[in-house]
Ligand binder design. Structure first.
Ligand SMILES: [Zn+2]
Length: 76
């Protein structure tokens, strides 16, 4: 760690995570353990990170998929 508290993540670990220059990382303190992870994608509509699928290359959760489908049926 340098005097500003910055750490270097080894290149081999960056490759495994698929992260690079400019990417965001989630940092969490879990007791005395500092955890860093690549943020999971969030639903384009409600922002949840659970139960995601992909619609036209955007992450969307299944509840929002169901809501959009229900709307489509109402409109007919
Ligand atoms: Zn959603």
């Amino acid at each position: 760690m340098d005097h500003l508290g910055r750490v270097v993540i080894p290149a081999s670990m960056r490759r495994v995570l698929g992260i690079g220059d400019g990417d965001e990382l989630e940092v969490r303190l879990d007791g005395e353990v500092l955890r860093m992870r690549k943020p999971r994608e969030a639903c384009a509509f409600c922002g949840t990170r659970e139960d995601l699928t992909e619609v036209l290359e955007h992450p969307v959760c299944w509840s929002c998929v169901a809501a959009v489908r229900a709307r489509g049926r109402e409109g007919r």
